[in-house]
Design a protein around this ligand. Structure first.
Ligand code: UDP
Length: 195
């Protein structure tokens, strides 16, 4: 894995195309792989927070979502050439799932938001299998049940929209327990899909 070290955070040196190839290989894996899409703000926060830095380092794919990271890379010659935004990446994943009989689950957003996002996704990608959704405002005590439900449904891709860095912390905490192929932090993309 080739990475650009920005403020101590390794960001994968990928293009939109190579990042997507990596996603497809993660989808074929056995364990739950985690995709994170940090922007400069998150990288800055991680540079001052060892725990968050460790969590980003432990991800399986860390894509540069944020033009600031590309500028930093250009200035210091670190090898990042293009921005790979979470919202574009999610769109491609949805399109791929639609075409390849893969399933998704969306966790996050205010009550009703994930449901609305799912409706709009289904309109755009009629063949996609949406296994379920739930809002992102729950207590820690409810998390075991949430994981059990997701594991019963076994979606190929779990989108987690709890805002950064909450979603990154959450995915890192539960990746060993989740019976999904890929978990990806999507932040505000959930609201974009809900429209
Ligand atoms: N969110 C959530 N649970 C939380 C906090 C946030 O589901 O405990 C959702 C929020 O409703 C929104 C999304 O996470 O849909 C992104 O939140 P925010 O804009 O704060 O994060 P960012 O996009 O800046 O990472």
């Amino acid at each position: 894995r080739e990475t650009a070290n920005i403020l101590g955070v390794p960001i994968d040196i990928v293009t939109n195309e190579s990042a997507f190839e990596k996603f497809k290989s993660l989808l074929r894996g056995e364990k739950c792989s985690v995709i994170v899409t940090p922007n400069s703000e998150i990288v800055m926060a991680a540079s001052k927070d060892e725990r968050l830095k460790g969590i980003l380092k432990e991800s399986d794919l860390c894509i540069p979502d944020g033009i600031g990271l590309i500028y930093a890379s250009k200035i210091h010659n670190l090898g990042l050439t293009e921005r790979v935004t979470g919202v574009d990446f999610m769109y491609k994943i949805l399109s791929y799932c639609n075409d390849n009989d893969k399933s998704i689950y969306i966790l996050g957003g205010k009550v009703g938001v994930a449901e609305k996002a799912c409706k709009n996704i289904k309109n755009k990608f009629p063949n996609i299998k949406i296994k379920g959704f739930r809002d992102g405002y729950f207590k820690e005590a409810e998390e075991r049940k949430i994981i059990e439900k997701i594991n019963e449904l076994k979606p190929d891709v779990l989108f987690v929209g709890l805002g950064a860095p909450k979603q990154e912390i959450w995915m890192n905490k539960y990746k060993e327990k989740l019976n999904v192929k890929v978990a990806m932090g999507i932040g505000g993309s959930i609201d974009i899909w809900a429209g």
